[in-house]
Design a binder for this molecule. Sequence first.
Ligand SMILES: Nc1ncnc2c1ncn2[C@@H]1O[C@H](COP(=O)(O)OP(=O)(O)OP(=O)(O)O)[C@@H](O)[C@H]1O
Length: 206
Amino acid sequence: MAVAALVGEKLACRRGFKLLFEQLDVTARAGRALLVVGPNGAGKSSLLRILSGLLGATEGQVRLDGDGGAEASAGEHIHYLGHEDAVKGALTVSANLAFWRTVLGPTGLGVEEALEEVGLGGLGRLRAQVLSAGQKRRLAIARLLASRRPVWVLDEPTTALDARAQARFAAFGRAHLAQGGILIAATHAPLDLGETDELRLGGAGA
Ligand SMILES: Nc1ncnc2c1ncn2[C@@H]1O[C@H](COP(=O)(O)OP(=O)(O)OP(=O)(O)O)[C@@H](O)[C@H]1O
């Protein structure tokens, strides 16, 4: 199912004693990136987890509007990339990606093709534990290519990537948007995703 928008209405998030945000309305539409920015601890990761259905909002609702007006399920349509790369060190690089491709749906590039795209071509038989931080990040990003999903929710996706890999990642993002995808990213670094909307959390110096 194509997805037209990811919508959060009147969202609030309390973590411990701290109310991170309240009455927050968020809309990410197909074809246009939404960047979530703000200082450390402002609640960007918390918001992304709420939008992905991984964390319950203290108040408010989240929904995925399907193309025909029907509601779409987060579990089937969202790619969530968190701070951690979700890489199993004991498995080979190829086996890691093959695992995720099976779990998320083998609807995108093949394992070797996706590894090639992220610049890990020829490293598939290595144990993932020997990858560098940037290579592990590339392996996590390869999931986005190995399974096609209309909604990408990305928490600081370019952490540890070198300049070339950052540019390559931005190109993947632009291609996803050009195909009518939704992309929401929390970031401290500039991301060249074309025209973007911005959502700022927390005050200066919060
Ligand atoms: N499980 C938890 N229990 C209590 N407090 C938490 C929990 N998880 C996060 N927090 C707090 O919520 C606040 C927001 O955290 P969050 O990770 O959402 O911020 P962020 O904007 O993504 O920060 P950064 O830019 O550093 O990644 C922080 O003060 C954090 O300590």
